[in-house]
Design a protein around this ligand. Structure first.
Ligand SMILES: [Zn+2]
Length: 166
């Protein structure tokens, strides 16, 4: 989820991140550093990074972005890059467990009473994914609910209903 990404990037010590990537930074001015771009044969340090915004840019290749983009340039998936940056700043991707489930039981029951039979929502437990949540009561038919042939792609998940704290 975007929020998690922004939080991770905000907390990231950009200077330390690049040092950790084996990049030698040369100070340009108060905010900017120059470095040799590792993504092309760079003899003259044609890339720079702004410590304040955390954004880097290679002037030869016209590529750049955040620390996440930097990792992805190395062939790391978005999911993995996000998890790595999150971990660097002490924001491990939370995983749901039995101990963390009970508080959500009430929310699910409330939604059932309000007529919800299932929903697709951004997931707090998996910040970079979405969750399909179905409510089912015994063998009984669910009014208005129809089986959907998998896979059903949903590009824009609806906002979670009121009262949910995802
Ligand atoms: Zn480059």
């Amino acid at each position: 989820m975007r929020e998690y990404r922004d939080m991770a990037l905000e907390r990231l010590d950009v200077e330390r991140f690049f040092a950790g990537q084996g990049i030698q930074l040369k100070r340009l001015n108060e905010q900017e550093y120059r470095f040799r771009c590792p993504f092309h044969d760079d003899q003259e340090a044609s890339a720079n990074v702004n410590l304040k915004t955390g954004l880097w840019y290679c002037h030869t290749e016209n590529i750049g972005g955040t620390a996440i983009d930097f990792l992805m340039r190395q062939g790391v998936s978005y999911r993995e890059a996000l998890a790595r940056v999150g971990e660097m700043v002490g924001l491990p991707v939370p995983t749901p467990g039995r101990a963390t489930w009970p508080p959500f039981q009430d929310v699910g029951e409330q939604l059932w009473r309000e007529g919800w039979r299932g929903l697709v929502a951004p997931s707090a437990a998996r910040p970079i994914g979405t969750t399909l949540c179905l409510f089912w009561q015994g063998e009984q038919e669910i009014d208005g609910a129809e089986p959907q042939p998998p896979p059903r792609r949903i590009d824009e998940p609806p906002a979670p209903p009121r009262g949910m704290t995802t």
